[in-house]
Design a protein around this ligand. Structure first.
Ligand SMILES: [Zn+2]
Length: 220
């Protein structure tokens, strides 16, 4: 076995190139065609998928990893949908802070639902975005709504999701700015910024030409 094959062998079973004395399946079997029980031509991605096994797909997967999202928007959305952003209610629970009052309204406890949807500031941002997109958004749990939203146009759905993920990211940024520097941008400013992100992304993806054939456009 040459050096590359040895590295592949070790990486498949241990995740490193360190030498292993034994492995669960013979290398020849690993390289056997899939129809005959092997992995087929071995690549790292094939080996990784195989080791992951059959895991249930989560319904929010196409929303969070929508290909029109910016990666940083996907990441914050991924944390948000799991309730893993470091909101003040969580920080209070961990004993990091003593007061969980929302810095943006100074009125309610800051948890995910309040910070992202129910706070006056966030609510105003969502209203502006929904008007522009021409969709009716629920008052809370907008990310979850995306997962079950039925839309006849796949392109429209992808754009709306990209805009929603961009808004969640910007709300999180605005919240952090308010918490650290005691400054809160105007909702109109946050909306304009989200709008510019989505539009510039659209130009990169040449959405505008596709819109010539569509009845819906957030550019109208
Ligand atoms: Zn608030």
């Amino acid at each position: 076995m040459d050096r590359i094959e040895l590295i592949c062998w070790n990486y498949l079973w241990s995740g490193s190139e360190d030498f292993l004395k034994t492995s669960p399946v013979a290398w020849n079997k690993v390289c056997t065609d899939k129809k005959t029980g092997g992995l087929g031509r071995y690549t790292i991605s094939v080996g990784y998928s195989w080791l992951q096994g059959d895991q249930a797909k989560v319904p929010c997967h196409p929303v969070i990893w929508n290909r029109l999202n910016l990666p940083k928007h996907s990441f914050i959305g991924w944390l948000a949908i799991q309730g893993r952003l470091m909101t003040k209610d969580r920080l209070l629970r961990f004993g990091v802070i003593q007061d969980s009052t929302c810095d943006m309204c100074m009125d309610q406890t800051e948890d995910h639902s309040h910070m992202l949807y129910q706070c006056r500031f966030s609510s105003q941002c969502w209203t502006l975005l929904a008007d522009w997109l021409g969709v009716v958004l629920p008052g809370t749990r907008i990310l979850e709504w995306c997962c079950s939203w039925r839309c006849r146009s796949l392109m429209k759905k992808k754009i709306v999701i990209a805009a929603i993920l961009a808004m969640i990211y910007q709300l999180w940024l605005a919240r952090n700015l308010c918490r650290v520097e005691c400054q809160l941008p105007l909702p109109a400013y946050v909306f304009k910024f989200v709008q510019s992100i989505v539009q510039s992304k659209g130009q990169n993806w040449k959405w505008t030409s596709k819109y010539q054939r569509m009845s819906w456009s957030p550019w109208m």
